[in-house]
Every structure is written in structure tokens, then in C-alpha cells.
Write a protein that binds this ligand. Structure first.
Ligand SMILES: CC(C)(COP(=O)(O)OP(=O)(O)OC[C@H]1O[C@@H](n2cnc3c(N)ncnc32)[C@H](O)[C@@H]1OP(=O)(O)O)[C@@H](O)C(=O)NCCC(=O)NCCS
Length: 153
């Protein structure tokens, strides 16, 4: 079951986000930075997104298993995070398909270092955008935008 994240279930969403974010960032961020992303930090982060009109969704299979968000102003699909123990079981595909069904011309942004996510998105119809924002070498952020190429169009 996929449902919208609101005040009632934001703790579930923040917990999934925290577990998945910590696991996927543990080799690229300092321990101090990882530590900062505790449950309260994630609740505040997601609350701020909801305040800014992002639509956040959570998937449950008895327990919470993953989240995804859409920024309705530009149809960025973001915050796709699946609990580490639930990965490789189709949850990410299910959440991405759900988000895609709500968009016309969506895009995503991924760190160049996140090979697993890049492969995942490419296999599901995303291609590098033509007009890429410059990578920010000062902040050492190297990320790329991918747009959805709907093969049925
Ligand atoms: C990237 C991410 C969202 C993918 O989610 P996921 O739930 O693992 O994705 P899926 O299970 O749907 O698909 C992953 C692979 O598992 C396979 N799979 C799907 N169902 C499966 C099943 N029942 N049993 C075994 N494997 C399965 C899929 O075939 C897929 O392989 P493919 O890409 O070669 O087709 C997840 O790894 C994640 O949360 N990563 C950390 C956060 C992150 O990097 N997010 C992206 C930020 S931009």
C-alpha cells in the first residue's frame, strides 16, 4: 500500500529515510555528518518539504518499506529511499512507477558516485538531460540531471 505522508505517519517516513540515507551515505560522508542525520533531523527535513508543497509518499507492507517525493512545481521526483533490508525486492520500482504515474515530464537528480541508483534509473527510462547545470567542484558535489523518456509516447 502506498499512501501520502502527513503529520500522522511522518515518523515512519523519517525512520525509513534515515536508515536508507545513512546506509547509502556511510562511505561518502564523514561519521560526524552521518551522525547529524538523526530521526529529529529527518522529521524536520521532511516537514519542511511538505510545507514547501512537496508530495511525499510511503509504501507499507505491514511495516514501512520506502518513500518517494514529487516537487509539483517542476515534477522533480526525489527522495526515493528504500529501507536497506527491503532493497532488491521491487519496492523502489513500485515507488518510482507510482511517482511516474503522477507526472507528465519528470526528472531526477543523482550524484555521479551513486552508480547503483544511476543504473536503476537508466533501466527505467531516464536519460541524461541535455542542459546540465554545472557541477559544483568547490563544494565537491557532482550530480547530474536525468529526464524521463516515456517510450510509450
Ligand atoms: C536505488 C533504490 C531506490 C532502488 O530500490 P530497490 O527497492 O532496491 O529497487 P528494486 O528492488 O525495485 O530494483 C532493484 C533491482 O532488484 C531487482 N528485483 C526486483 N524485485 C526483486 C525480487 N523480488 N527479488 C530479487 N530482486 C528483485 C530488480 O530487478 C532490480 O534490478 P535491475 O535494476 O537490474 O532491474 C535503493 O537501492 C535505495 O534506496 N538506495 C539508497 C538511496 C538512493 O540512493 N536513492 C536514490 C537517490 S537519487
Amino acid at each position: 500500500m502506498i499512501t501520502k505522508v502527513s503529520k500522522e505517519n511522518i515518523i515512519d517516513a523519517a525512520k525509513v529515510y534515515m536508515d536508507s540515507w545513512k546506509e547509502s551515505h556511510k562511505n561518502i560522508c564523514s561519521a560526524e555528518f552521518i551522525e547529524k542525520h538523526d530521526l529529529n533531523y529527518m522529521i524536520d527535513f521532511l516537514s519542511e518539504k511538505i510545507k514547501n508543497s512537496y508530495l511525499i509518499f510511503i509504501s507499507y507492507d505491514n511495516a514501512p518499506e520506502g518513500i518517494v517525493a514529487i516537487n509539483p512545481t517542476d515534477e522533480e521526483i526525489c527522495l526515493l529511499y528504500v529501507s536497506p533490508e527491503k532493497q532488491g525486492k521491487g519496492v523502489g520500482t513500485k515507488l518510482l512507477d507510482f511517482a511516474l504515474s503522477k507526472c507528465v515530464s519528470p526528472y531526477i537528480t543523482v550524484l555521479d558516485s551513486n552508480k547503483k541508483a544511476i543504473d536503476f534509473y537508466k533501466k527505467r527510462g531516464f536519460v541524461p538531460a541535455e542542459n546540465q547545470a554545472k557541477n559544483n567542484s568547490e563544494k565537491r558535489i557532482f550530480e547530474r540531471k536525468y529526464v524521463y523518456q516515456n517510450k510509450n509516447m
